[in-house]
Write a protein that binds this ligand. Structure first.
Ligand SMILES: Nc1ncnc2c1ncn2[C@@H]1O[C@H](COP(=O)(O)OP(=O)(O)OP(=O)(O)O)[C@@H](O)[C@H]1O
Ligand SMILES: [Mg+2]
Length: 398
């Protein structure tokens, strides 16, 4: 604008000097007009500058404030200035609008934070649920596997029982049939043999049924134990004596030694005799002719240890533990003389009830040794106290 005004003034001066060739007064007049015009233009220029500052300053400030808010995202910024009239109204309205936006923004932020908190809580709850469901699922799988294993064990057990029952029953039936067919023709001696075989098979059957009953009672906790002080050494001697004739029949020698002065313990003598009987019957059964069985009783820490050592075939190392399972026989015996495979399972249950332990080892030279430890003092509570009958003397010994 300044350029335009200067050009207009210069043009007037130029016109006055070059094109107006009138009298001097005229020229002076024109020159004065030009100067006046220039002054008026200068004044109007200054005025317009001042007016521009007054009118557009607040608008510029408003624009700057808007930009700052947009850049910083800070709705707490306010446009400042005391104006009256329309500008003042504009500022007040603008600041009010910012108040509303700030309040909405705060409410929005709080709502978002609340939502995030709830999402976090729900996520944690879902994860917890998933973990618990996983656990329940794992428990269910475990229970299912246990049920399947039990089912499998039951089937095997039934198959074993059927097999074991069938063998003596077959014997009884076939010898009875022979006897019936040949009752009139056979010699007395031959008939006696038939009856003897029937008697033998029937006894085997009875032993098996007794063993099964014992085992099922022991496992279900239905067996009644009568604990009383008993001389263990005397008990062993009595059972060893029972086996002497069988040993001499099989040309096996048997010896018993013990190194303790007092061997009285709190036990169920009948059940412990049953254990000793099975260990000795196994030792005799598996001893070679001219073999020797050593029975020994000694102190081992807080227990008495009974050991039955033989010179038989021994037990494969990997089967030293499994021979204590029901119906399990050592692979060395399967084609040979073994029994039903219940004896050691029963022994383990009985010894376990007494708070003791029973296990097998192989001898360095030949054969194996079965150890059975019975604690000097029984644990405070037997495995299932409800099934136990304690005598007065048991209480006295405590
Ligand atoms: N002294 C031993 N020497 C070698 N093997 C043995 C001996 N004692 C036990 N065993 C093995 O352990 C198996 C299990 O013995 P366990 O006494 O449980 O059953 P069993 O004698 O076969 O039958 P029963 O139920 O009539 O006692 C035996 O069949 C045999 O294979
Ligand atoms: Mg046996």
């Amino acid at each position: 604008m300044l350029g335009v005004l200067s050009s207009a003034v210069a043009l007037l001066v130029f016109a006055a000097e070059n094109y107006i060739s009138g009298p001097t007064a005229m020229r002076e007049y024109i020159e004065k007009c030009a100067v006046g015009l220039a002054c008026a233009m200068a004044v109007s220029l200054v005025l317009s500058c001042v007016l521009q500052r007054v009118v557009s300053g607040p608008v510029i400030r408003l624009a700057e404030t808007t930009t700052a808010i947009a850049d910083l995202g800070d709705y707490s910024i306010r446009v400042k200035g005391n104006y009256t009239g329309e500008l003042g109204d504009l500022y007040v309205s603008f600041n009010k609008m910012l108040d509303t936006i700030q309040a909405s923004s705060n409410a929005l932020r709080e709502a978002r934070e609340l939502l995030e908190k709830r999402v976090r809580e729900r996520t944690a709850a879902i994860q917890q649920e998933i973990t618990e469901k996983g656990k329940v699922q794992a428990d269910l799988i475990q229970a299912k596997e246990a049920a399947e294993a039990a089912d499998q064990a039951k089937s095997e057990f039934l198959a074993n029982i059927s097999h074991e029952l069938r063998t003596p029953l077959h014997g009884i039936l076939s010898y009875t049939r022979f006897g019936l067919n040949e009752a009139t023709t056979a010699e007395r001696e031959e008939l006696w043999k038939f009856f003897d075989n029937v008697d033998h098979c029937a006894n085997n059957l009875l032993c098996l049924v007794n063993d099964l009953l014992d085992l099922s009672k022991l496992e279900s906790g239905g067996m009644t134990f009568v604990a009383q002080p008993a001389d263990l050494s005397h008990l062993i001697e009595m059972v060893v004596d029972e086996f002497r004739s069988m040993c001499s029949e099989r040309e096996v020698s048997i010896g018993y030694q013990q190194s303790e002065a007092a061997t009285t313990v709190l036990i169920d003598p009948d059940r412990i005799s049953q254990v000793i009987r099975n260990l000795l019957s196994n030792a005799v059964k598996f001893s070679p002719p001219n073999g020797t069985i050593h029975v020994e009783l000694r102190r081992a820490g807080d227990a008495f240890r009974l050991s039955v050592r033989d010179e038989g075939p021994g037990i494969p190392p990997e089967e030293l533990e499994t021979v204590f399972d029901r119906f399990v026989q050592s692979s060395k015996m399967k084609s040979n003389k073994g029994g039903t495979g219940l004896g050691l399972a029963i022994c383990r249950e009985i010894v376990g009830w007494h708070g003791g332990r029973i296990w097998a080892e192989n001898n360095a030279a030949a054969g194996c040794v079965f150890h059975c430890e019975l604690p000097l003092a029984r644990p405070d509570s037997p495995p299932d106290a409800s099934e136990t009958v304690l005598t007065d003397s048991f209480e006295a010994l405590r």
